[in-house]
Design a protein around this ligand. Structure first.
Ligand SMILES: C[S@@+](CC[C@H](N)C(=O)[O-])C[C@H]1O[C@@H](n2cnc3c(N)ncnc32)[C@H](O)[C@@H]1O
Ligand code: SF4
Length: 448
């Protein structure tokens, strides 16, 4: 099983995935696709802040330490300028129902910059009174006034990293963070009136053990009591993210140990009455994420699993990705080059992307249903897209093998992923991925 399913695969937060982006799509497409968004159709905003207070060695995000507050303020002004360019193309007062600040660590922006950006969001767009406004933060660096500031900005969901509580894992990963620090952070954001807390855990870090990973999950569930958790497998991509090369590679758990760690975390969280959502999320029964999973309305995008139904997600800031029905665009990745691109012209700073063909939309829908609902009917979805009955003939050998391995149950044309198959969701999705690179081309982290 480990040999069969252990290759390198994308996380299918989109289809086509970012590996298919190239320079044939850029500012002109972003411009046209923004102008084509129908009036009145709510969009979501993603605001990327590529700064952190210190860098964790495992981190795959596009982020850097910038000590100069003036530079961070200047970046806030660029976000505002890009928001204005977006709004000019969408038209005045376009409705927005989700605003997500991600990074990096968005709270590294000076408080007045965060205020100015949110003020501009509310001036340029019509932000729904019940909009979800979410921010990622780092519990080790939460300035005294930050929880009150976030509440003032209307933030109603925060997401924070814990990863693993074992001191040996933390030391090797370059992220030392006591349980007390995280407890204090959660206490402060809740006291400020922020209703929902998500916590990130990682398995597969150097020196991580099955017992340690399980103990971390149990302690986090019992003491921090988050509303949601994201449980990521450590993605080791040192050919893309140089700092990961500083990790003690020999201490990385092999795939079998990673699977065992994942299983132990899963058992601990289910034992604490969390429900598993999709590939790697957990939520309390009654949480909107659970309800969406139960009613078939759960969605997947670059931020992971979401209840956000918006067909358009507009990413603002260095490296931010936008999703349109026609395709996806990505902004200039490096912050300095993003600043230069913004200064050079009044164009949007998108430089890469991909167009979606009808075949991509069909495959993307099947992949999203599998990743979200663990169930898909490719024949029915194909019929809606006008595809012939044999459109996924190529997937059948892999599906039959997956059924033989207990990962899926095939009921006519319906594919149902079993609980045993949940950790292998990416492998099952990959059967419908027409762009997936042949074996030997390393673009993604290991699937398990
Ligand atoms: C933007 S950070 C979260 C907010 C904040 N910067 C922090 O670290 O607390 C997003 C999350 O991505 C996850 N992450 C980062 N690098 C990863 C990697 N290489 N593999 C798996 N997960 C990773 C971590 O769980 C991290 O908490
Ligand atoms: S995990 Fe969070 S704090 Fe650490 S480098 Fe990545 S974004 Fe920054």
């Amino acid at each position: 099983m480990l040999v069969r399913y252990g290759g390198n695969l994308p996380r299918y937060t989109s289809y086509p995935t970012a590996a298919q982006f190239d320079a044939s799509v850029g500012a002109a497409e972003a411009d046209a696709w923004l102008r084509a968004v129908p009036q009145g159709v709510a969009v979501s905003l993603y605001l990327h802040v590529p700064f952190c207070d210190v860098l964790c060695l495992f981190c795959g995000c596009n982020t850097a330490v910038v000590r100069d507050a003036g530079l961070r303020e200047a970046y806030g002004r660029l976000l505002i300028e890009e928001l204005r360019r977006v709004a000019a193309r969408l038209g005045p007062g376009h409705p927005v129902r989700h605003v997500q600040w991600g990074g990096g660590t968005p709270t590294t922006l000076p408080p007045d910059s965060m205020r100015a950006v949110m003020r501009e969001v509310r001036r340029l767009f019509t932000v729904d009174a019940n909009a979800e406004i979410a921010v990622e933060l780092d519990p080790r660096f939460l300035p005294d006034a930050c929880p009150a500031l976030l509440a003032e900005l209307g933030v109603n969901r925060v997401s924070l990293g814990v990863q693993d509580l074992d001191p040996a894992v933390q030391a090797a990963s370059g992220r030392v963070q006591s349980l007390e620090q995280t407890l204090e952070c959660v206490r402060r954001v809740r006291a400020a009136g922020i209703g929902s807390v998500n916590i990130d855990l990682i398995y597969g870090l150097p020196y991580q053990t099955v017992e340690g990973a399980g103990a971390t999950a149990a302690t986090v569930a019992a003491q921090l009591r988050p509303d949601r958790l994201a449980v990521f497998g450590y993605a080791h991509v040192p050919w893309k993210q140089k700092r990961q090369g500083l990790l003690p590679e020999a201490a990385l758990p092999p795939p079998a140990a990673r699977l065992a760690q994942r299983a132990r975390i899963d058992a601990a969280l289910r034992g604490a009455r969390y429900r598993a959502i999709g590939l790697d999320h957990y939520a309390r029964p009654g949480d909107a994420l659970c309800l969406a999973a139960e009613t078939g309305t759960l969605r997947r995008n670059f931020q992971g699993y979401t209840v956000d139904p918006a067909p358009v997600l507009i990413g603002v800031g260095a490296s931010a990705i936008s999703i349109f029905p026609q395709g996806m665009t990505q902004n200039v990745p490096a912050q300095a080059f993003y600043a230069r691109a913004m200064a050079a012209s009044d164009d949007l700073p998108a430089v890469r992307g991909v167009r979606r063909t009808e075949d991509d939309r069909l495959r993307g829908e099947v992949i999203e249903r599998l990743m979200c609902a663990l169930r898909a009917d490719p024949a029915a979805i194909g019929a809606r897209h006008g595809a012939g009955a044999g459109w996924y003939d190529g997937a059948w050998p892999g599906l039959r093998q997956a059924e033989h391995d207990g990962l899926v149950v095939l009921e006519g044309t319906v594919i149902r992923v079993t609980e045993a198959g949940r950790p292998f969701l990416r492998n099952i999705a990959a059967l419908f991925d027409a762009h997936h690179a042949p074996a030997g081309v390393r673009r993604h982290a290991g699937a398990l």
